[in-house]
Design a protein around this ligand. Sequence first.
Ligand code: 6CS
Length: 290
Amino acid sequence: MKMDIRKIRSSVCLAATAAAFLLAGSLGSVSTAQAESTLERLQKQGFARIAIANEPPWTEVQASGKVTGAAPEIARAVLKKLGVNEIIASVSEYGAMIPGLQAGRFDLVAAGLYIKPKRCAAIKFSEPDLCDAEAFMVKKGNPLGLTTYEGVAQSTAKLGGPGGGTELQLAKDAGVPDDRRITVPDTQSGVKMLQDGRIDVYALPTLSLNAALAKAGDSNLEIMSPVEGVKVYCAGAGFNKADAEFRDAYDKALLELKESGEYAAILAKFGFPATAAAKTSRKLLCEGDN
Ligand code: 6CS
């Protein structure tokens, strides 16, 4: 049977077009069926699972079980604007927060996780919300004269800090050997370890150490702040890499919170400087030097 070549071409074309339509149609229905975004899921279920530390005034689980602190309170207010009314918090070590996000155990981190280039490569951050200078808690009179991480490296001092946190990393970078970098599980333990001489310096953000010292009420301890040569760090909420859309919606609502004055009121309640985060941006912090 002889067929006009133009007819063959056009029927091949038609078949290809029909197949393309069918494929697009089926993909379309698959993608609409699977298209529930993280934010839609949270809105539907009415809560978000957040990772926090227990490091007042950044994050705190009170004796009653109430979750508070500047970072979860900001997240709570932002999520409310997005139609997610509850947060369910899990206390986590800083070093476990990013793996937890990646494994889908948390929907976001609201723990004062500092925005740093290596972390930016692993997760998405909101724009910065909370900033603080780093500090050392030491025995009264700072007997070892510790004012820098390099000074800690050159001394015989043992330095305590939270697992996976910035302080132990700064100590490592400054050359403090493994056996003098001690992981501290929480602020109460850190103070106790310092009181008992198991560590010589407890490193954390200034506001965290101020709160820990106020709680301990121990006049034999003091705080050295800021640690010389260490920049002021700023934190943001952390998101799974796949949640760009959720992060963008969060940023938009965070901006509204900043503009309405609600953000400043939260910061004031927990003693954070009101304007520090406005002086920087996620972009600058993610492209920074550490
Ligand atoms: O993001 C961090 O690494 C640090 N953030 C806070 C609020 N406290 C200690 C921790 O090392």
